[in-house]
Ligand binder design. Structure first.
Ligand SMILES: Nc1nc2c(ncn2[C@@H]2O[C@H](COP(=O)(O)OP(=O)(O)OP(=O)(O)O)[C@@H](O)[C@H]2O)c(=O)[nH]1
Ligand SMILES: [Mg+2]
Length: 296
């Protein structure tokens, strides 16, 4: 039996969560077009006959401007420890920049850990850009294997998986076969609501938004969820509620539909909006919303 722990790291928005979901053929982690979507480490457990891989999706490593950013980076840094392999995802459609340098300078990884550098989004780049990126990353990680993918289209995902299985050590099963993630439904509900809000909102609002589940109650054949959307400024409240409540209704109905598909039963979803000025810099609130490096 082969088994091991594999962390997926990289800059924000490069496709780490998309890759995790593609590997597991299941939605474990939320995905949006906004940077810094993932704010926690999230395990996704892959099972095959005689293989178990515990993948860890992580927040994108970036230059932080808020305590929230520090906490998110710290969660990602924590993921380098005690692993059997590292997947470093690079957006192949972006020129090498100071963001890559920041990431590389913070990648403190043991010398003997196999690294897979995944050049993702090769559907929207060109060969000159890819080669330039490969050269830069090769200079820093000469022993790393380089693989090109299109994670949102499954291209080369199976190949990457095979390559990872090849280098995994013999080991034990860490999780039961039917467990796909380490996160419970309460966490998934919070993330699904945040995903729908992020997809519908723009500018600074997605970054200012947190979601807190205030009630999660399973009744006979329906689940009742009360959730609060937390914002930083009063002016953002109007944007999130929208004219005649249109925006919050849209967020709620999209989230409810996905939750119902997920749970296979009726969901009553009540959304509220609250303002907590500067919550991204307040340790107690970061902890309360689950964004503390010790919360996972
Ligand atoms: N064109 C293209 N888009 C992709 C590909 N993979 C992912 N995306 C898109 O890239 C965006 C970001 O994807 P995510 O999976 O959320 O990226 P992430 O690295 O987890 O981002 P953070 O959680 O913010 O760090 C989404 O809009 C995806 O649909 C790809 O191979 N090609
Ligand atoms: Mg992500």
């Amino acid at each position: 039996m082969k088994s091991g722990f594999v962390s997926i790291v990289g800059r924000p928005n490069v496709g780490k969560s998309t890759l995790l979901n593609a590997i597991l053929k299941s939605k474990i982690s939320i995905v949006t077009n906004k940077a810094q979507t993932t704010r926690n480490n999230i395990k996704g457990i892959y099972n095959e006959d005689d293989v178990q891989i515990v993948f860890l999706d992580t927040p994108g490593i970036h230059k932080p401007f808020y305590k929230l950013g520090d906490e998110m980076n710290n969660m990602a840094y924590k993921s380098f420890k005690d692993i059997d392999a590292l997947i470093l995802v690079v957006d192949a459609s972006l020129k090498y920049s100071s963001g890559d340098e920041f990431l590389i300078s913070h990648l403190k990884i043991a010398n003997d850990i196999p690294i897979f550098i995944v050049f993702n989004k090769i559907d929207s780049t060109n060969i000159v850009l890819i080669n330039e990126l490969k050269e830069k990353y090769h200079q820093c990680f000469p022993k790393a294997k380089m693989i090109e993918t299109v994670a949102n289209n499954d291209f080369n995902v199976d190949f990457l998986l095979k390559e990872i299985i090849n280098i995994l050590p013999e080991g034990l099963k860490y999780y039961p076969d039917d467990q796909l993630s380490d996160r419970d439904m309460r966490f998934q509900a919070k993330e699904i609501i945040r995903e729908k809000a992020l997809l519908l909102l723009d500018k600074e609002v997605p970054h200012s938004l947190a979601v807190e589940i205030e009630q999660y109650k399973e009744n006979k054949n329906k689940t009742i969820i009360d959730a609060c959307l937390i914002l930083e400024k009063d002016s953002q409240k109007g944007i999130v509620i929208g004219k005649n409540g249109q925006m919050i209704k849209k967020i709620g109905s999209k989230a409810r539909k996905e939750l119902e598909d997920y749970l296979g039963e009726h969901v009553v979803l009540n959304l509220y909006v609250k303002v907590e000025p500067d919550w991204r810099n307040k340790n107690n609130l970061l902890k309360q919303y689950g964004y503390n490096k010790n919360s996972n």
